[in-house]
Design a protein. Sequence first.
Length: 178
Amino acid sequence: MNLYRQSIILFGIVLPILGAALVVGAFSLLKSKMETSFENKMGAYKTFEQERLASLEIEADIARQRKHFERWDRQLSEESAATVGKNLREIYSHLPSKEIQQTAFERPNGSAGFGQASAQDSSQIRIALRGTYRTLQRAFLELETRMPQLQLQELRIDPSTTQSSLLNFQVTYTAWKH
C-alpha cells in the first residue's frame, strides 16, 4: 500500500484540488469580466436613454416652433423694401399720427455698407421720419422685431426746425436676403 500512497495523494487529492481551483478561478474571472461588461453596457444604456430623451425633447421643441420657422422663412424670402413699407404702414396705424410722419423712403440700387463686405445677398433701405423720440423709438423697435433680417447701419438724429418737440431721424438698414 505504501507504493501507491504517493500516486493516490497526487492523482486523488492534489490534482483534483488544483483542477477544482483552476475551474473556480476561471469561473471567478469569467464572472468578474461579465460583471464589468454588464456595468459598461448599463452605463452605455443609461447614456443612450438620456440622449434619446434629450433628442425627443428637442424634436418636440422644434415641432412647437415649426410655425415660427415657416413664418421666418416666409418673411426672409419676401422682398425687403416692400415688406418694410408694409410693416411701417401697419406700425403707423397703431401710433398717434401727430407724433410720427415719414418724410422719405429710399432703396438705393446695389448693396452698400455691410452688404459690400459679405457674400450674402443684401439690399440697403433708407428711411427718414419726423416725430417724438418715444414714438419713433417704439416704431423702430416694432419694425426690427417684425423684421429680424434688418441690421442697423446708420442712425442720424437731428432736432426739427419746425417744432421743438419733434426730431428728424434718418435711418439706414442693411436688409439681408434669404
